[in-house]
Design a protein around this ligand. Structure first.
Ligand code: GLC
Length: 645
């Protein structure tokens, strides 16, 4: 191992200790040297080098070395490939699909049998919703994990999961699963040991003998589920203490000021890498560190923890990527991709919830000013990172529009958010949407929104009315939103059922464990009968399926959709038409999108000024011809165009 001599002495000392265990793996030594300080510095800053930490530190390095040593050859090849193609998740080929294992395929084995469907659609990335062993229902859709080393029994086994990962790998597809870092179920053995009186395990959680500290925190804490789980603390009689529970009462927040917690969760993450998982969706990361007097989200220490975890993975299994789930405001969001001293050292991907919210805002209002302004003011994507762009997911839509952004375009933030909640609940005059309010908060007046993309776009109502024009408009709305998600730059995700226009699940409340959480309305079971119509161009399913396939094909042919491109909204001279320009390596993509059900016109000078060519290809992803009327480009209702230069 040639570069051992080039190692800094402090790295070399640690390396020598591990060396015997990694079996002459030269690449490990290189990675160890490269990422050592990225791992050590944040951990020493958080935990000090006092008596307690050295033992944990040694345990962590051992776990890293063990994972690396046991990594099968096939995964090492993949590691190598991804070290070379570091932007593998950011390229134009990348398109993902998100599904519940049970709702899509029944079991993991069932999902394996359905991979042909995903290949036909053209996706290369599959995110399966939580599938590790959860507490019995209610379990927040699996986000209350009782055993990180086992798969939910009804879905299969760890071996099934490994087999699925291998199938996907053979098909050139990647597998993403959730890892819930912020909390465990109260049924997790750590919590159960705490209840049984184990003080060491109790120190894994944040518990309090009385209300003094909880009350101090509550003064500045928001509530995530004000309806179903008000407050952030739960009294646990068996412990005779209050436990920090940001989400539901059965989800106990872990205490990351305890280094044992960090090391235990790092071992969880390493275990999943060993199972052949390609991407880990890090759930609810903003909440991992608490500070009195704040909202206890996005604390600087969260970024230290993420940097350290990333370095753990880069040394042990560098092919595994991280996707942050941080549903926070624009100013806080970009930090999860690594900013400032963390640049290039945090997550490869983060959900662009701001884009998602703005798309629905523009669709409801028919105006693009807020979308253009807010996107234009977003910080640039940091080096080696990219967004996940999406239209819908399994969660509600929280109307994260700031007062400042609204004011910048002459809107009132509160009123606009209220308009959106009303509009998508179908309670605003003229609304086409049929969603529902989620977690109305009487104290703040805020409400979030549930509903599938199809229902929010008016498909249910249109089909019920039998009005072919209304059906057409609803489908156009869905494809318009997806067209922006596909063009924006980033890894676009298709949420299960959107490719068929699945509406809200009418039976969602029949299950008593789901009754008080209406997010279940937009988690319908896959409708395989509807899927069977996907090749009928006259059907609703056929039109959406074909529309998404056109977008996937257009993306593959457009390098400017790469996640690490620069992109800027631009004024089109028409308040209802969104303009976006993206550039990469001398190539340009210019997108125009009409957010209304009326025809709109854009002066040709706007396009010529950007060097955009108005050829037939520009119309292909939308499927309708582009018309020129005199000096104007005429866009039909909800029509979009992808132009090159
Ligand atoms: C994430 C999940 C959400 C869940 C929460 C708590 O936000 O997306 O569904 O309720 O974390 O785990």
């Amino acid at each position: 191992m040639q570069n051992v001599h080039a190692m800094r002495p402090e790295v070399r000392a640690e390396y020598e200790r591990l060396r015997g265990r990694i079996d002459g793996d030269a690449a490990f030594g290189v990675r160890f040297e490269r990422f050592f300080t990225e791992l050590r510095d944040p951990l020493f800053a958080l935990y000090g080098t006092d008596e307690r930490f050295p033992a944990q530190w040694a345990a962590l390095l051992d776990a890293i070395a063990r994972t690396a040593a046991q990594r099968p050859e096939e995964l090492r090849v993949l590691d190598h490939e991804r070290e070379i193609t570091a932007d593998w998740l950011h390229r134009e080929q990348a398109v993902g699909y998100v599904a519940y294992t049970d709702r899509f395929g029944g079991t993991i084995q069932g999902v394996r049998e359905r991979l042909g469907y995903l290949r036909e659609l053209g996706v290369g990335y599959l995110h399966l919703m939580p599938l590790l062993q959860a507490r019995p229902e209610p379990n927040d859709g699996g986000y209350a994990v009782a055993d990180y080393a086992a798969v939910e029994a009804a879905l299969g086994t760890m071996d099934d999961l490994r087999a699925l990962a291998a199938d996907l790998r053979a098909a050139g597809m990647a597998l993403c699963i959730d890892v819930v870092l912020n909390h465990t179920a109260r049924e997790h053995p750590w919590a159960q040991a705490a209840i049984a009186g184990d003080a060491r395990m109790r120190a894994f959680y944040r518990t309090f003998p009385d209300r003094t500290e909880p009350d101090a925190y509550e003064r500045t804490l928001p509530e995530v589920f004000p309806d179903i789980a008000p407050g952030n603390f739960t009294w646990v009689p068996e412990l005779d203490r209050w436990v920090w529970t940001t989400f539901n009462a059965y989800q106990w927040d872990l205490d990351y000021t305890n280094p044992e917690v960090f090391v235990a969760m790092a071992e969880v993450v390493l275990g999943l890498a060993a199972a052949g998982i390609d991407v880990l969706r890090l759930d609810a990361v903003p909440f991992m560190w608490k500070r009195v007097g704040t909202n206890c989200q996005n604390q600087p220490e969260v970024h230290d923890l993420l940097q350290a975890l990333r370095a753990v993975m880069r040394i042990a299994a560098p092919g595994v990527a991280f996707k942050a789930e941080a549903i926070v405001s624009p100013g806080d969001l970009v930090a999860y991709l690594g900013a400032g001293r963390h640049e290039g050292k945090e997550c490869d991907l983060a959900y662009h919830n701001v884009l998602m919210v703005l798309l629905w805002s523009a669709l409801a209002s028919g105006r693009v000013a807020l979308l253009s302004h807010t996107l234009g003011a977003m910080p640039r994507v940091p080096r080696n990172a990219g967004w996940v762009t999406y239209v819908r997911c399994h969660d509600d839509i929280g109307w994260a529009i700031t007062e400042e952004d609204a004011a910048a375009v002459g809107e009132d933030g509160f009123l606009h958010r209220r308009f959106l909640a009303d509009f998508y609940a179908g309670e605003f005059p003229g609304s086409f949407a049929r969603g529902a309010r989620f977690q109305s908060n009487p104290r703040t007046g805020d409400a979030r929104t549930s509903g599938t993309a199809a229902s929010l776009c008016g498909l249910g109502q249109a089909l019920a009315s039998g009005d072919a024009v209304a059906v057409d408009l609803a489908l156009r709305r869905m494809l318009l939103l997806y067209a922006i998600a596909f063009a924006h730059g980033g890894l676009p995700l298709i949420y299960m059922g959107d490719e068929l226009g699945l509406r809200n699940d009418p039976a969602w409340a029949d299950d008593p464990a789901h009754r008080d959480d209406n997010r279940w309305m937009h988690r319908p079971p896959m409708d395989w009968e509807a899927a069977a119509r996907r090749n009928d161009p006259a059907s609703v399913e056929g039109r959406l399926w074909a529309g998404l396939r056109r977008l996937i094909a257009a993306r593959r042919a457009t390098r400017a959709v790469h996640a690490q491109t620069t992109g800027d909204p631009f004024p089109t001279g028409n308040d209802h038409v969104f303009g976006l320009e993206r550039r990469r390596a001398g190539e340009r993509l210019i997108v125009l999108a009409n957010f209304t059900s009326a025809p709109q016109r854009v002066h040709l000078g706007v396009l010529h000024g950007r060097g955009a060519r108005l050829d037939a290809a520009a119309a292909v992803p939308d499927g309708r011809d582009l018309r020129v009327e005199g000096e104007f480009l005429a866009l039909q209702p909800y029509q979009f165009a992808w132009l090159s230069d």
